[in-house]
Design a protein around this ligand. Structure first.
Ligand SMILES: [Zn+2]
Length: 132
Protein backbone atom coordinates (compact mmCIF):
# COMPACT_ATOMS: atom_id res chain seq x y z
CA UNK A 1 0.00 0.00 0.00
CA UNK A 2 2.82 2.36 0.91
CA UNK A 3 4.61 1.51 -2.34
CA UNK A 4 1.44 2.39 -4.25
CA UNK A 5 1.20 5.74 -2.46
CA UNK A 6 4.88 6.41 -3.23
CA UNK A 7 4.16 5.62 -6.87
CA UNK A 8 1.13 7.94 -6.97
CA UNK A 9 2.62 10.76 -4.91
CA UNK A 10 6.39 11.20 -5.24
CA UNK A 11 8.46 14.30 -4.46
CA UNK A 12 5.40 16.53 -4.33
CA UNK A 13 4.14 15.32 -7.71
CA UNK A 14 1.02 13.23 -8.40
CA UNK A 15 1.72 10.59 -11.07
CA UNK A 16 4.93 12.44 -11.87
CA UNK A 17 2.98 15.58 -12.77
CA UNK A 18 3.47 18.88 -11.00
CA UNK A 19 -0.06 20.11 -10.34
CA UNK A 20 -1.41 23.64 -10.30
CA UNK A 21 -4.63 25.45 -11.16
CA UNK A 22 -3.85 25.67 -14.89
CA UNK A 23 -2.76 22.06 -15.07
CA UNK A 24 -6.11 21.17 -13.52
CA UNK A 25 -7.91 23.35 -16.10
CA UNK A 26 -6.01 21.59 -18.90
CA UNK A 27 -6.78 18.09 -17.61
CA UNK A 28 -10.41 19.03 -16.99
CA UNK A 29 -10.61 20.32 -20.58
CA UNK A 30 -9.12 17.04 -21.79
CA UNK A 31 -11.58 14.99 -19.72
CA UNK A 32 -14.60 17.02 -20.91
CA UNK A 33 -13.45 16.91 -24.54
CA UNK A 34 -12.92 13.13 -24.34
CA UNK A 35 -16.25 12.58 -22.57
CA UNK A 36 -18.09 13.85 -25.65
CA UNK A 37 -16.94 10.78 -27.61
CA UNK A 38 -18.31 8.48 -24.91
CA UNK A 39 -21.62 10.39 -24.91
CA UNK A 40 -21.91 10.18 -28.71
CA UNK A 41 -20.92 6.51 -28.76
CA UNK A 42 -23.47 5.58 -26.08
CA UNK A 43 -26.27 7.55 -27.77
CA UNK A 44 -25.47 5.92 -31.14
CA UNK A 45 -25.35 2.39 -29.69
CA UNK A 46 -28.63 3.00 -27.87
CA UNK A 47 -30.42 4.04 -31.09
CA UNK A 48 -28.53 1.72 -33.44
CA UNK A 49 -27.58 4.64 -35.69
CA UNK A 50 -25.24 7.61 -35.58
CA UNK A 51 -26.68 10.12 -33.12
CA UNK A 52 -25.15 13.43 -32.11
CA UNK A 53 -26.87 14.83 -29.03
CA UNK A 54 -26.86 18.43 -27.80
CA UNK A 55 -24.76 17.21 -24.85
CA UNK A 56 -22.04 16.28 -27.39
CA UNK A 57 -21.93 19.89 -28.62
CA UNK A 58 -22.00 21.32 -25.08
CA UNK A 59 -19.06 19.08 -24.09
CA UNK A 60 -17.26 20.11 -27.29
CA UNK A 61 -17.69 23.83 -26.51
CA UNK A 62 -16.77 23.57 -22.82
CA UNK A 63 -13.83 21.23 -23.45
CA UNK A 64 -12.36 23.33 -26.25
CA UNK A 65 -12.75 26.58 -24.26
CA UNK A 66 -11.03 25.02 -21.23
CA UNK A 67 -8.20 23.81 -23.47
CA UNK A 68 -8.01 27.24 -25.13
CA UNK A 69 -7.68 28.88 -21.70
CA UNK A 70 -4.97 26.38 -20.77
CA UNK A 71 -3.13 27.07 -24.05
CA UNK A 72 -3.48 30.86 -23.76
CA UNK A 73 -2.69 31.45 -20.11
CA UNK A 74 -0.45 28.53 -19.13
CA UNK A 75 1.28 26.97 -22.13
CA UNK A 76 1.36 30.09 -24.32
CA UNK A 77 1.88 27.70 -27.20
CA UNK A 78 0.88 29.00 -30.64
CA UNK A 79 0.15 25.51 -32.05
CA UNK A 80 -2.21 24.68 -29.22
CA UNK A 81 -3.82 28.14 -29.27
CA UNK A 82 -4.46 27.81 -33.01
CA UNK A 83 -5.93 24.31 -32.49
CA UNK A 84 -8.57 25.56 -30.02
CA UNK A 85 -9.04 29.23 -30.94
CA UNK A 86 -11.80 28.75 -33.49
CA UNK A 87 -13.23 25.24 -33.21
CA UNK A 88 -15.84 26.34 -30.65
CA UNK A 89 -17.52 28.40 -33.42
CA UNK A 90 -18.84 25.43 -35.48
CA UNK A 91 -19.68 23.60 -32.24
CA UNK A 92 -21.79 26.55 -31.14
CA UNK A 93 -23.41 26.79 -34.58
CA UNK A 94 -24.18 23.05 -34.56
CA UNK A 95 -25.74 23.42 -31.12
CA UNK A 96 -27.99 26.22 -32.43
CA UNK A 97 -28.95 24.15 -35.48
CA UNK A 98 -29.60 21.14 -33.23
CA UNK A 99 -32.04 23.11 -31.08
CA UNK A 100 -33.69 24.74 -34.08
CA UNK A 101 -34.21 21.32 -35.67
CA UNK A 102 -35.37 19.77 -32.39
CA UNK A 103 -37.98 22.51 -31.92
CA UNK A 104 -39.26 21.92 -35.45
CA UNK A 105 -39.84 18.18 -34.86
CA UNK A 106 -43.24 16.62 -34.38
CA UNK A 107 -43.70 14.29 -31.43
CA UNK A 108 -45.74 11.11 -31.80
CA UNK A 109 -48.95 11.41 -29.75
CA UNK A 110 -49.02 7.67 -28.87
CA UNK A 111 -48.43 7.42 -25.08
CA UNK A 112 -46.02 4.47 -25.38
CA UNK A 113 -44.11 5.91 -28.37
CA UNK A 114 -43.27 9.63 -28.15
CA UNK A 115 -40.68 9.39 -30.95
CA UNK A 116 -39.78 12.71 -32.62
CA UNK A 117 -40.10 12.88 -36.40
CA UNK A 118 -39.14 15.63 -38.85
CA UNK A 119 -41.50 18.59 -39.27
CA UNK A 120 -42.43 17.32 -42.77
CA UNK A 121 -43.45 13.81 -41.61
CA UNK A 122 -47.17 12.93 -41.59
CA UNK A 123 -46.77 9.57 -39.82
CA UNK A 124 -44.56 8.38 -36.96
CA UNK A 125 -41.54 6.46 -38.24
CA UNK A 126 -41.57 4.19 -35.18
CA UNK A 127 -45.24 3.17 -34.77
CA UNK A 128 -46.93 4.52 -37.92
CA UNK A 129 -49.52 6.63 -36.08
CA UNK A 130 -50.70 9.79 -37.87
CA UNK A 131 -48.96 12.89 -36.56
CA UNK A 132 -51.27 15.77 -35.73
ZN1 LIG B 1 -45.04 6.72 -32.70
Amino acid sequence: MLALLDFLWFQGKFLGVEWGVWKLVGWLGNAVFTARFLVQWRASEKRGQVVVTSLFWWLSIIGSLLLLAYALFYRRDSVMIAAYAFNWIPYFRNLLLHHRNKNARRLCPAPTCGVASSSEANFCAACGRKLT
